[in-house]
Design a protein around this ligand. Sequence first.
Ligand code: PLP
Length: 213
Amino acid sequence: MIGLEAIEQMALADDDPDVIIACAGGGSNFAGLAMPYLGRKIKGQSKARVVAVEPAACPSMTKGRFVYDFGDTGHLTPLVKMHTLGSSFVPPGIHAGGLRYHGMAPLVSHVLDLGLAEATTVQQLDAFAAGIQFARAEGIMPAPEANHAVAAAIGEALQAKQEGKQKTILFNLSGHGHFDMQSYIAYQAGKLENYEYPAEEIAMALAGLPSVG
Ligand SMILES: Cc1ncc(COP(=O)(O)O)c(C=O)c1O
């Protein structure tokens, strides 16, 4: 629905996005914005780059494997083919709770696998710095999850500026941060750190993947 609305709103603005960005935890927020545009891309009606953003601390799309896995830690779900860090993956205590899922929606995983969309990571401190910059400019305090999309959008804008190109960047501000002020306080007090999930621990969590014939 978000993507369908965005298409209508971009038409009202007589513009079309060159880049489409959303953060992805389980994938529905990203899919909501991206899927209608991917439909247009498949039909040759859009050339937009579509970017899913995840925390460096929980890199299911960029460092996980595209295999069958359980969607939950209790192993009650059917096996689904998705990008996963393994269901025994223990997410670090970063302040973007909604982006700490070990897997990714199968449809989002599929479009990444087809090369219709790409994935990137943002570090925690960069995400909060972007959120504060956005709040100061727009008067809206984004949720820590949404900060990942804000950081990626700012990155795209700065790159366009450097290249002297004009780019229309559409991103999803997936939620406000009114319930997350404690994390902003921790950030401002210098208590937050960057965290990159270590390759050995990813390998250990992936070693526990279910075996599928
Ligand atoms: C504000 C916000 N944005 C994005 C997400 C991630 O959404 P999804 O799991 O649909 O990828 C969440 C999840 O809790 C969230 O709270």
